[in-house]
Design a protein around this ligand. Structure first.
Ligand SMILES: Cc1cc2nc3c(=O)[nH]c(=O)nc-3n(C[C@H](O)[C@H](O)[C@H](O)COP(=O)(O)OP(=O)(O)OC[C@H]3O[C@@H](n4cnc5c(N)ncnc54)[C@H](O)[C@@H]3O)c2cc1C
Length: 203
């Protein structure tokens, strides 16, 4: 792994093809990628604590509830997923409207901080207004809608206090203080060994 943590906000592009990216490439494409060198595209993956959540675009979008339901898979309906969505998040009290059905605002629960992106650029507002003129409606919380059809909104992002909030921030920072938790960096796992009880054994 590369650097131990990444707090960069927005610079997702700059995190790619460097030491915190595995720097994968697609195979040579026969019928697409004509403008790319060797007809290959980059396939970034985070090589850092927090993995891709440390280099991604931080968009916090659960997706349209209807999509989950249309999969018709056991345990993957939106209603069955909702408790897990709520369990993992800490929605920002100042920017995301309270909604007990869909959101967790309890700051003592959840691991992943979610904030509504600040509306500082006038182009954002103009874009939303243009969408409204074309029949879309602005939602104050797209992660609390029964359907995303026709919605437009500013983004919700995985940040806290203006910094990236990766899974390393959410899960590792707390766990690393435990006596029975050992964190190895710059280490490449070659195999994971399980004992008869299906417990991993540390060798
Ligand atoms: C550029 C980019 C932008 C994205 N933007 C968004 C976005 O805006 N919103 C969104 O929701 N999702 C986004 N995603 C997707 C999202 O980040 C990933 O789906 C998610 O982080 C995957 O989590 P994971 O834990 O499954 O895997 P990963 O995050 O890939 O974690 C796997 C970890 O295991 C480590 N690892 C792998 N092999 C070994 C080994 N042999 N030994 C030791 N360590 C190893 C890796 O280095 C990594 O740290 C984006 C992804 C990328 C790459």
């Amino acid at each position: 792994m590369g650097r131990t943590m990444s707090f960069f906000v927005y610079f997702s592009g700059s995190c790619q093809r460097g030491e915190i990216d595995w720097q994968y490439k697609t195979t040579v494409q026969l019928n697409s990628h004509k403008a790319c060198i060797n007809q290959q595209s980059n396939w970034p993956r985070g090589k850092v604590l927090g993995g891709c959540s440390s280099i991604n675009y931080m968009q916090y979008v659960r997706g349209d509830p209807h999509d989950y339901d249309s999969w018709q898979l056991s345990q993957w309906s939106f209603q069955e997923m909702l408790p897990y969505f709520k369990k993992l998040e800490r929605a920002d009290l100042n920017t995301i409207p309270k909604n007990d059905k869909f959101r967790n605002h309890d700051q003592t629960k959840g691991m992943m901080d979610v904030t509504m992106l600040e509306d500082t650029n006038q182009a954002n507002r103009l874009f939303i207004e243009a969408c409204q003129l074309n029949g879309f409606h602005e939602t104050k919380d797209y992660n609390a809608e029964e359907s995303l059809n026709g919605c437009v909104s500013m983004s919700q992002v995985s940040t806290k206090g203006g910094k990236r909030w990766s899974t390393a921030s959410g899960y590792l920072l707390g766990a690393v203080k435990r006596d029975n938790f050992h964190l190895l960096i710059h280490a490449h796992t070659c195999r994971v060994v399980f004992d008869d009880q299906k417990q991993t054994i540390g060798r």
